[in-house]
Design a protein around this ligand. Structure first.
Ligand code: PNS
Length: 165
């Protein structure tokens, strides 16, 4: 397992500018980055996993984020099993507030106990500190403009109503 290979896991439902900020900065810190779409059973999904993968790939390409970036999904078990499979010793999470700290801390401890995988928290760019996928889902569902909060490919996808297909 290498501390130069990291995983950025999340629901990415949909990817936001906050996610992209974390991905860009993590890509500058690690030799290889795996952006991993994981189904979160605690959340009702808006987009199918395949759509989230496509939007992440398009958003990373359009933002011209450089580095060795793998976009993948994982539904075969523990997140740390994926990390171990690809030789990643680090998980990277964005932390916007004390609420995120409270949510992420137990997961970080469990993941380290399970597989000696460390979790690194990145603070958000203040411009994205209040952006969340759940807010974007709500605004999009009610017909509002989400373009200030999401990458171009996501804004265009939600705007065309393609999510109803
Ligand atoms: O974007 P989210 O919904 O906050 O991401 C949460 C996620 C998917 C990273 C988290 O639910 C997760 O790690 N799920 C994988 C299942 C797992 O390994 N659970 C045990 C350790 S927390």
């Amino acid at each position: 397992m290498s501390t130069s290979v990291a995983v950025v896991p999340g629901s990415f439902d949909p990817p936001t500018l906050g996610h992209l900020d974390v991905i860009r900065r993590a890509a500058g810190l690690y030799r290889q980055l795996h952006v991993l779409v994981v189904h979160n059973p605690d959340k009702e999904a808006m987009l199918p996993i395949a759509q989230r993968l496509a939007l992440l790939e398009q958003s990373i390409a359009e933002a011209e984020i450089e580095g060795d970036i793998v976009v993948a999904s994982w539904s075969m078990g523990l997140l740390v099993d994926y990390a171990t499979d690809v030789g990643a010793g680090v998980l990277v999470k964005g932390i916007r507030s004390q609420v995120d700290v409270a949510y992420e801390t137990p997961m970080a401890i469990v993941n380290r106990n399970l597989a000696h995988v460390e979790t690194v928290f990145l603070l958000p760019d203040p411009a994205h500190a209040l952006v969340s996928s759940s807010l974007v889902r709500q605004v999009a569902a009610l017909g509002g403009d989400v373009s200030p909060y999401v990458p171009g490919p996501v804004a265009r996808f939600l705007d065309t109503g393609a999510r109803d297909i």
